[in-house]
Unconditional design. Structure first.
Length: 117
């Protein structure tokens, strides 16, 4: 079955950096657009960044533009989220997801990112 497993979350001070990874299995990775989403307590889930199957097209939420970078390694079936200049408002559970044409159908369990001020 399809599995998406995130790693790399943790506690970091404001201004610091983290890199999240999401390893995919059970699917043909290059068929899928990949995305990172986050959900903070009491808030709705929001899209953080998405990347096309080839990696040639990326999109970011305005709140993370210039600070976060999404990338993928199709040889390793892995998608990454490099997060720099982290802010307390970036604190959330981060999920990766796989989808087609903007419909994300497979989701990981998530990894907690906590940014202290």
């Amino acid at each position: 079955q399809v599995q998406l497993v995130e790693s790399g979350g943790g506690l970091v001070q404001a201004g610091g950096s983290l890199t999240l990874s999401c390893a995919a299995s059970g699917l043909t990775f290059t068929w899928y657009q990949m995305g990172w989403f986050r959900q903070a307590p009491g808030k709705e889930r929001e899209s953080v960044a998405t990347i096309s199957w080839s990696g040639g097209s990326t999109h970011y939420a305005d709140s993370v533009k210039g600070r976060f970078t999404i990338s993928r390694d199709n040889a390793k079936n892995t998608v990454y989220l490099q997060m720099n200049s982290l802010k307390p408002e970036d604190t959330a559970v981060y999920h990766c997801a796989a989808g087609v044409d903007g419909r994300f159908v497979y989701w990981g369990q998530g990894t907690q990112v906590t940014v202290s001020s």
